[in-house]
Design a protein. Structure first.
Length: 525
């Protein structure tokens, strides 16, 4: 029996128990054959050239329409594509601007609104209705490309332009329809600094729609022609009827750490009232592990500084970074000394529940940078093929690993893209999901039996802040030369920078790796 068509694509609440969260990871066949084809998106295919269709996820029914012979669809499709660029309609119309679902999940939905050009999806009211919490929305790669670059129909977005999603919910009661609007891009302000488009998954609250038994979606915008809206009418959806995100953990700016006891030197004191008793310090909603041996002016794991020097000449310069201050001109930043023999280096969330840490800003310390670009008595000057790698590991409340993120502070493996970072760069951690703890570990191409020779330092700022990760640009140092690699020495002694000493122990504090793998500290007077 042919179904009745109603204008506007729709989502219907299925009859039965309390509606579940729809994450699109386990889409069930509701009607017709739901398949994953070579373009890696999901939709209904039928024997007929044109057909309306439905699929179910959780307790919700999603509608779509396709013309298989023409590679055309509208309504809801499921995508697992990781590409974030647009080149051709098929398959790139199914790319999001994020490259994954919410919290790094695999699947997400892609919705295409065809407006008034043809009949849209079937709407069937099959329940008494309920309140829907909301969902996450993001732009598709195609939409972002049009916003930034324009296409054959339009120029790039300018002041006055916009693209918005209109969401309407209703129930069986007369005049029950309510709508809310969400801007996918808003350039309407005269102040260019206020212009924005959605670059990441963003929560949309639907509770104000009240008790509903169907929800429809349409897109409107400023760029139109004789046929209607000329900007691509797509958006991405995930975690429908999911949990609204809790307040994000407060960002660790390091400006709120008040015990920089020597403002002349501009860095964390390595002395404490109770020698060797410091375990951590707090900034924002994060506790950063920090240890010290006060009698020997030795510290490890996390510290902080407000230095403006970018040089490295003596060990006191271990607090300097290559920028000469914090991110965006701020005074204070974090300094991390993550030599492996000091043990694991962690930052803990102080929130009651696990949370997604969006990311942080990173740059090289002056110590590591000088070593990589010039070499020294312990480490080689970097040449083509060398690298300096930070690995961040997320842990949940049960101390189970949620994922890992690798970020190269220097990468000279490919001469055409070689770099050693010398400015602040954003590191995106959202793919680690909700975490209670983050671990940090460094590795380098310059290493031996006792660990890496590259100084195990880097600097951080605005930990937990939002940002956009970009590949290092042309302004970073390549550091490639024909310098020969220094001969590695198997001596077991290390200096305070965590590097192996060529000639054994030196005066002052020494660190020795024993034959059984344990570490010992001793002093030569």
């Amino acid at each position: 029996m042919k179904k009745t068509f109603t204008f506007a694509a729709a989502l219907c609440i299925a009859l039965g128990a309390q509606a579940q969260v729809v994450d699109f990871e386990n889409v069930e066949t509701f009607e017709g054959d739901l398949v994953l084809n070579e373009q890696n998106f999901q939709r209904n295919f039928y024997d007929e050239e044109e057909e309306e269709g439905l699929f179910m996820s959780g307790n919700f029914v999603f509608s779509n329409y396709c013309m298989e012979d023409w590679d055309f669809y509208c309504g809801f499709a499921i995508s697992a594509r990781t590409e974030t660029t647009f080149a051709t309609l098929v398959p790139d119309q199914f790319n999001s601007c994020v490259g994954h679902g919410v919290n790094g999940s695999k699947n997400y939905a892609v919705f295409y609104d065809v407006g008034t050009m043809m009949p849209a999806m079937p709407i069937e009211t099959i329940s008494s209705g309920q309140v829907v919490s909301g969902f996450y929305v993001a732009n598709t790669a195609w939409v972002v490309d049009c916003i930034l670059n324009g296409d054959g129909s339009n120029g790039a977005f300018e002041t006055g332009d916009y693209l918005k999603l209109i969401i309407t919910g209703k129930n069986d009661a007369p005049n029950s329809a309510k709508s809310i609007e969400v801007y996918l891009a808003d350039y309407t302000s005269d102040n260019e600094a206020d212009h924005y488009y959605l670059k990441d998954w963003t929560w949309v609250d639907l509770t104000e729609l009240g008790n509903v038994n169907n929800i429809t979606f349409s897109i409107d915008g400023s760029k139109k022609n004789d046929w209607g809206l000329s900007t691509p009418t797509y958006f991405c959806m995930d975690d429908f009827n999911g949990e609204a995100p809790s307040a994000a953990p407060a960002v660790a700016t390091f400006e709120d750490v008040i015990d920089i006891t020597n403002p002349v030197d501009g860095h964390m004191s390595v002395s404490t009232e109770d020698d060797d008793e410091r375990e951590f310090f707090v900034s924002g909603d994060y506790a950063f592990n920090s240890g010290c041996m006060s009698d020997y002016d030795y510290w490890y794991w996390f510290g902080y500084a407000s230095r403006t020097e970018t040089k490295y000449e003596t060990l006191d310069d271990q607090w300097n970074n290559v920028v000469g201050g914090g991110y965006d001109g701020s005074a204070t930043y974090g300094v991390v000394y993550a030599a492996a023999f000091n043990g694991p280096c962690y930052a803990d969330l102080l929130t009651d529940e696990p949370a997604v840490v969006p990311g942080f800003y990173i740059t090289n310390s002056a110590y590591a940078y000088k070593s990589m670009t010039n070499g020294d008595g312990f480490a080689k000057k970097f040449e083509q093929g060398d690298w300096f790698l930070l690995t961040i590991t997320g842990y949940d409340e049960n101390n189970e690993v949620t994922g890992t993120k690798e970020y190269y502070l220097a990468d000279l493996r490919d001469a055409s893209t070689a770099y050693i970072i010398n400015d602040w760069r954003y590191v995106d951690l959202s793919s680690l999901g909700k975490v209670k703890k983050l671990g940090f570990a460094l590795d380098s191409s310059d290493g031996g039996d006792w660990g890496i020779n590259t100084p195990a330092y880097f600097c951080i700022d605005n930990f937990g802040a939002e940002g956009v990760e970009e590949l290092p640009g042309s302004n970073v140092t390549t550091g490639i030369s024909n310098v020969q690699r220094s001969t590695l020495n198997a001596e077991r002694s290390f200096d305070l920078g965590g590097r192996q000493l060529k000639d054994g122990a030196v005066r002052g504090l020494n660190i020795v790796r024993m034959a059984d793998g344990s570490m010992r500290k001793f002093v030569v007077k």
